[in-house]
Design a protein around this ligand. Structure first.
Ligand code: ADE
Ligand code: ZN
Length: 330
């Protein structure tokens, strides 16, 4: 198996319906079966409805153990597909809505990372993520919490949610707080909003990476700027197709962005919502974008080099990319 690394996955969005049902049952909660689809996927109609279904499923998370199990479960699945490194966005706002403290949700996720590392060798890191449609004050609170609770596994700060309704520049203050606290930054842009949202991210936010960024392709000057700066694009092809950004993989700009010299990487975003996995994204790149095994290994290297992990971890993982991945030998 080719070793894989992932930079863009929402922790709450990794839980398939089977795990949501299991956690709901032990917390004596009911989850609507209307959001559950076939083959352990979820049902939703469009982006804003997807965000609602995602919020509803996340409501089952009620304590530290739930966060530990969700994190461990995802990393275990990722490792079985060849995952050696995963950066997970975690939302303190979703935890707070369920009465879980910042400390508890973080401690649970860290425990899940440690347990998965012990068992499978996979490295996990966390990106504290605000929700843009909760407003700039809430996102600032999240940044302040991140600053107040440093941990070696908490490496970044990010922003998800309704991109078109809440432009990134509204959140400049929160980003400055997080960045000054030593967190590396990324932001969803150029997914549901056009190239201007990516320009705004570059001009107003201290970001090294862009979540998605695929719509940059609509502005050649922007593509050139991204390549020049070496800003990494966290590309999630399966998510983009599922959410209707492009009609099919042939219309997806992954190859054009790569040919223009942009740092392109592969991630799964919210796997059970978009019927994908990290392994599936690599298979898609091979089958639809024609990437060879060597090119896929180079994608993994690009992800690792531009990950927010410490240099020692990056170096160690980069050494293993040329080798065959075998879970038994990890
Ligand atoms: N939150 C969870 N998944 C998201 C996505 N793909 N875009 C923006 N916000 C999200
Ligand atoms: Zn995302």
């Amino acid at each position: 198996m080719i070793p894989k690394a992932e930079l863009h996955v929402h922790l709450e969005g990794t839980m398939p319906p089977s795990l949501v049902r299991q956690i709901a049952a032990r917390n004596q909660l009911q989850v609507s079966e209307a959001i559950m689809g076939p083959n352990d996927t979820f049902l939703w109609q469009d982006f804003l409805h997807f965000l609602k279904v995602y919020d509803e499923a996340s409501m089952v998370l009620r304590n530290r153990q739930d966060y530990r199990d969700m994190t461990y479960d995802y990393l275990a699945r990722s490792a079985k597909q060849g995952g050696i490194y995963t950066e997970m966005m975690i939302s303190p706002d979703h935890a707070a809505l369920c009465g879980v403290s910042y400390e508890d949700h973080l401690a649970g996720a860290i425990e899940g990372i440690e347990d998965a590392k012990k068992e499978f060798g996979i490295e996990g890191r966390l990106i504290i993520t605000g929700v843009r449609h909760f407003g700039s004050d809430k996102v600032l609170e999240v940044a302040l919490k991140a600053r107040a609770h440093p941990h070696p596994y908490v490496v970044g700060f990010g922003l998800g949610g309704d991109e078109a309704g809440f432009p990134g520049k509204l959140f400049a203050k929160a980003y400055d707080v997080a960045h000054e606290a030593g967190l590396a930054c990324t932001v969803h842009a150029g997914e549901f909003d056009g190239p201007q949202s990516v320009w705004d991210a570059l001009n107003y936010l201290p970001v090294d990476r862009i979540g998605h960024g695929v719509r940059s392709i609509e502005d050649p000057a922007l593509v050139e700027e991204l390549a020049k700066r070496g800003t990494t694009l966290e590309i999630c092809p399966g998510s983009n197709i599922a959410l209707g950004l492009y009609p099919n993989f042939a219309a997806h700009p992954f190859l054009k962005l790569r040919a223009a010299g942009c740092n392109v990487t592969l991630s799964s975003d919210d796997p059970p919502y978009f019927g994908t996995t990290l392994g599936q994204e690599y298979t898609t790149a091979q089958e639809h974008f024609g990437l060879s095994d060597d090119a896929l290994r180079e994608v993994t290297r690009t992800s690792l080099r531009n990950s927010f992990a410490d240099e020692k971890t990056k170096e160690r993982l980069l050494k293993s990319v040329g080798k065959e991945f075998n879970l038994e030998k990890q």
